[in-house]
Design a protein around this ligand. Structure first.
Ligand code: C2E
Ligand code: MG
Ligand code: MG
Length: 390
């Protein structure tokens, strides 16, 4: 790793020395200090990684964290602490919520190998990953984009974890922004939900995905299709009927379609929501609880609604190779889903280590950058032709 810099802050000199030595062996340019008050002097926006002890006299790690998110630091943070692991997790969560990138967490004492493992996973940020810096677009701009249908869908393959066979695709919407290029869904879906524009957006996405599915079917490609439906849209009692009508017109196999939903605070009427979910399932659609383990996707919802699949949130999956707690959460989610007779899909498979752990844990399906990034419809066929599985 050339030209990468690392700053380590820990009041114990043994640790700053230990981390510095390992990082230098890995060709990092290293800055270190045992005095947190020196942090301001040493910090520059060019630093790639900050290794931070949470518990220090004078200033604690959380205070330094605040100074990092206030200046919208681009550095990836690696937390260390000799204390309770829960505190490490709370700090990590706070950092992520404030838009910082967390590279990992290490409980002291740790072995050189643990540190090397985490540091070797560092990937310098590309402009796309820096999207966080873009502020949410004004609602007027989104309305205009909807009127002009300035959206397109990308499709991310989902594979069987055991056989690596391609099973299906998840359709994800992108905004063709005139100046910013393709904007990922997470940057405008919340705004669309708040402003009520989500209904039109979802209708557009469903129409496009279903038509594409029909086209692929005509060409002999019979993959499953997952679509995301906001809870806001599940307020319309006619929704299941409308969907069925569309699948009939396009001659689609309903049992190959999965509706992915999350529970949300935006849901005005829970009874109505459950009514619609139950009818979707009765009509033959598969139903997935998305982002399981986060926010509003709760255990209570699991028993209330007739889900056929559970999708484990990427925030746990993508860290499960370096973070024991995340791995435990993934493991328990798989057990739970299987106990309830549900199919499990892991999202956020970013490397082979994660893939192999999921295999050991008997996860059914998965998707993630290791397998493929979401791609445009016309990229799918060439990708499948190149994709190989044993
Ligand atoms: P989601 O349904 O959980 O979709 C998975 C998200 O994870 C996608 O982000 C995908 O690009 C990303 N992803 C996939 N593999 C990896 C990986 O290995 N690593 C990482 N770091 N990320 C990965 P995207 O496309 O930005 O979508 C964000 C969310 O927006 C989706 O989360 C979904 O809830 C929502 N969304 C997307 N399309 C639609 C849509 O058409 N309608 C509605 N209502 N919501 C949508
Ligand atoms: Mg989804
Ligand atoms: Mg998800």
């Amino acid at each position: 790793m050339d030209n990468l810099s690392l700053l380590v802050i820990d009041d114990e000199i043994d640790f700053t020395d230990f981390v510095s030595e390992i990082a230098r062996e890995m060709n990092f340019t290293v800055l270190s200090t045992t005095n947190p008050l020196e942090f301001e002097k040493l910090y520059t926006p060019h630093i790639n990684i900050i290794v931070l002890d949470l518990f220090m006299p004078d200033i604690d790690g959380i205070e330094l964290l605040r100074s990092l998110y206030e200046r919208k630091s681009n550095a990836s943070i690696l937390f260390m602490s000799g204390k309770d692991n829960n505190v490490l997790h709370a700090a990590q969560k706070l950092a992520v919520e404030q838009g910082l990138t967390v590279l990992g967490i290490l409980q002291k004492p740790f072995r050189a190998k643990d540190l090397q493992n985490i540091l070797s996973k560092y990937v310098p940020k590309t402009p796309d990953q820096n999207f966080e810096l873009i502020v949410f677009p004004p609602a007027g701009e989104l309305q205009q984009a909807i009127d002009r249908k300035d959206f397109f869908l990308v499709y991310q393959p989902q594979i069987n974890i055991l056989t690596r066979k391609i099973m299906g695709l998840e359709a994800l919407i992108r905004w063709k922004h005139p100046t910013k290029g393709p904007v990922p869904a997470s940057y405008f879906i919340p705004l669309a939900e708040e402003t009520g524009l989500i209904s039109d957006l979802t209708t557009h996405a469903i129409n496009t995905a279903f038509k594409q599915m029909a086209l692929w079917n005509e060409n002999g490609l019979n993959l499953q299709m997952s679509i995301n439906v906001s809870p806001k849209v599940l307020d319309d009692l006619d929704f299941p009927g409308k969907l069925v009508k569309l699948t009939k017109t396009l001659k689609l196999d309903i049992t190959k379609i999965t509706i992915e939903v999350t529970e949300s605070s935006l849901m005005s009427d829970v009874a109505r929501y459950m009514d619609i979910l139950a009818r979707l399932r009765m009509k033959g659609f598969r139903l997935a609880i998305d982002d399981f383990g986060t926010g509003y996707s709760t255990l209570q919802q699991l028993v209330r609604a007739p889900f056929s699949e559970l999708k484990i949130d990427q925030s746990f999956v993508k860290r499960m190779d370096i973070d024991k707690e995340c791995r435990s959460i993934v493991e328990i989610s798989i057990l739970l889903a299987h106990k309830l007779g549900m199919h499990v899909i892991a999202e956020g498979i970013e490397n082979e280590d994660i893939y192999h752990i999921l295999q050991e844990l008997n996860c059914d399906e998965g998707q993630g950058f290791l397998i493929a990034k979401p791609m445009a419809a016309n990229e799918l066929k060439p990708w499948i032709e190149k994709y190989s599985f044993p």
